[in-house]
Design a protein around this ligand. Structure first.
Ligand SMILES: Cc1cc2nc3c(=O)[nH]c(=O)nc-3n(C[C@H](O)[C@H](O)[C@H](O)COP(=O)(O)OP(=O)(O)OC[C@H]3O[C@@H](n4cnc5c(N)ncnc54)[C@H](O)[C@@H]3O)c2cc1C
Length: 561
């Protein structure tokens, strides 16, 4: 199973047609399982038979993870059917594993790879309810004593704690605090002493109900000192590097929920007769469909480019990863709101052929706060803005074409090589300038020029920021600069994807880019803007054609079951 495209097809085939009422991973089974706060058994076993967790293990350790963009695209097949299956059965293990790939010893890497290759789960216990996004304040302690580390404390709202075979903990190893006061530990579940470790009752949630969100209370439980992942005190630094992958990959996988939301809305509107005609032809409905299609394309373009940047521009991941998480989460959440309005009363139903829409609308919510909150992403980008403005945004080298071309050769993924800060390096934004050298269609030129002017204004505003402006107490106006940076990056990604698309591809046509850049302008202005009338028809036609052919609505336009 070496070729990822063959694997994508095999996975789609194994999971089956989601609209087939008898399918083990179909929407009917997914909804029934969700009512029981579970995932569909048929879906879970199909994924196990496929060996889904091998997709998260680097090739060098015997797995099938070679490229982050490929991993994302493959996982969309799971998320489009059931996000609880996507997170709870699959990608939650990635959260723990990336830390092991980044900082683990050869033995820790091998042991974790063996677990995942055998289909066992790894949990990532970082958060504590008392501290939320402020993971530097965790109280769960690993205290040195007689050559061992004694664990004590609680972790809550963690996926799969009670059914993982290993856990990665973020623990306080230095009670005095500071950036090097936390460490990570890899602990096999089999080692846990039931007299000293207690699993807490499961949390119940309105979305992702099939995900087992639990907690653990640990009372003076000793583990060997070699449970540490990396050197003592490097826990936060490791997370900062390793989570660049997950903060790009997981929101990017989540766009598959929007694909399903859009598909179900389209099916409903195409079948619905109102005022003597198809509801899909009502202008406001068409505009919402076109807007959502453009939103999905721009999200996936940005996600794919950022994923490839982890290979090709690894120094920039600390800026791109929170930008992706912030922008993709915001756009998909807003798009679901708009689709819900079009679905009308059908949105409200938990059963029937469109019942999966409300499940997707609920399951999409954690994309805005799970793993890291959108606002915290802006806080992570903010301190980097002045140096990015001074060093990169005026005259950076143009971005490598491989960022924009699916399957172009990329350097291997080097997780330990990722940096905690970008050091002012950002090649992506300059892809906007490169586009103007070409014979740009008239409809596009003003949009790209406005983006370039926007980057110039951002550069002026950011170059003068002082350290005191950039703390957690930054004003809303200053935080807005970080948000504007995320839309500029997304615009550059879309322009690059358009420029490098093969001539006969929909992505090589200007209409989708006009739509995407228009939508991004609306996001920057904080005032949504509909796709222009003169491109709406091309977008709706493409959407209907893809729906008829059961092709994905995202940038890959690949065959779905
Ligand atoms: C489905 C699901 C699965 C999960 N799985 C795991 C898991 O496997 N492992 C794990 O460790 N955790 C997991 N979590 C926990 C999750 O990541 C929590 O959401 C996290 O603890 C953040 O806490 P909070 O949402 O309560 O936000 P808080 O940190 O309490 O934040 C509340 C609000 O304050 C603001 N804010 C917070 N920080 C900042 C900042 N830096 N800058 C600006 N504003 C800020 C934001 O508006 C934010 O929404 C999971 C959560 C969910 C929903």
């Amino acid at each position: 199973m070496s070729d990822v495209h063959a694997r994508m097809e095999a996975l789609e085939e194994r999971l089956g047609d989601p609209f087939d009422a008898a399918g083990g991973a179909g929407f009917a089974a997914v909804l029934t399982a969700d009512e029981r706060e579970e995932v569909p058994v048929g879906g879970a076993s199909a994924l196990d038979e496929f060996g889904i967790l091998s997709e998260f293990v680097p090739g060098a350790l015997g797995g099938r993870l070679e490229r982050v963009d490929h991993l994302i695209e493959l996982m969309r097949s799971v998320y489009r059917r059931d996000p609880s299956l996507g997170l709870g059965h699959c990608s939650s293990s990635l959260l723990g594993a990336v830390n092991v790939w980044t900082a683990g010893s050869p033995d820790q890497r091998r042991d974790t790879a063996e677990l995942l290759l055998a289909g066992h789960k790894v949990s990532c216990a970082f958060h504590e309810l008392a501290h939320g996004n402020d993971i530097g304040s965790v109280e769960f302690a690993a205290t040195p004593a007689e050559g061992r580390l004694v664990l004590s404390g609680r972790k809550e709202s963690i996926t799969n704690l009670d059914r993982a075979d290993a856990m990665v903990f973020l623990a306080r190893t230095d009670p005095d605090g500071g950036p090097r006061s936390c460490s990570q530990l890899l602990v096999p579940t089999a080692d846990l002493d039931p007299d000293r470790v207690r699993f807490l009752p499961r949390f119940r949630s309105v979305g992702m109900r099939g995900v087992r969100l639990g907690g653990i209370a640990v009372d003076s439980f000793p583990v060997a000192a070699d449970a540490l992942l990396g050197a003592p005190g490097t826990g936060l630094e490791t997370a900062n590097r390793a989570f660049q992958l997950t903060r790009i990959a997981m929101p990017a996988m989540s766009t598959a929920m929007l694909d399903t939301g859009l598909r179900v809305t389209l099916h409903h509107m195409r079948a619905r007769r109102l005022y003597g005609r198809d509801a899909a032809s009502i202008p406001m409905v068409r505009t919402t469909l076109a807007n959502t299609f453009a939103d999905l394309l721009l999200c996936e373009a940005f996600g794919a480019v950022a994923a490839r940047s982890l290979h090709a521009l690894p120094e920039s991941g600390s800026a791109y990863a929170p930008a992706v998480k912030y922008l993709l989460a915001g756009v998909t959440l807003d798009a679901f709101e708009q689709l819900s309005l079009v679905m009308g009363s059908e949105f409200y139903r938990r059963d029937g052929q469109h019942g999966v829409f409300q499940k997707m609308a609920r399951d999409i919510k954690p994309v805005g706060f799970g793993h890291i909150a959108r606002a915290a992403c802006l806080s992570a980008v903010l301190p980097q803005l002045p140096v990015l403005a001074r060093r990169s945004w005026r005259d950076a080298a143009p971005a490598p074409a491989a960022l924009f071309v699916p399957d172009a050769e990329l350097p291997p993924l080097d997780l330990p090589g990722l940096r905690v800060t970008a050091g002012g390096k950002d090649g992506l934004v300059m892809a906007l300038n490169a586009a103007l050298d070409d014979d740009v269609p008239a409809a596009l030129r003003p949009l790209i020029e406005r983006q370039i002017r926007g980057v110039r204004a951002l550069t002026e505003a950011c170059a003068g920021l002082k350290p005191r402006d950039l703390s957690i107490a930054a004003t809303v106006e200053v935080r807005d600069l970080a948000a504007r940076y995320t839309t500029a990056l997304a615009a550059a990604a879309c322009v690059g994807v358009w420029r490098h698309a093969p001539g006969d591809d929909f992505l090589a046509r200007p209409e989708w880019l006009v739509a995407a850049l228009t939508r991004l302008e609306g996001i920057t202005a904080g005032q949504p803007v509909d796709v222009p009338d003169d491109v709406e028809g091309a977008l709706v036609d493409e959407l209907l054609s893809r729906d008829d052919r059961t092709v994905s609505f995202g940038i890959s336009a690949r065959q779905y079951r």
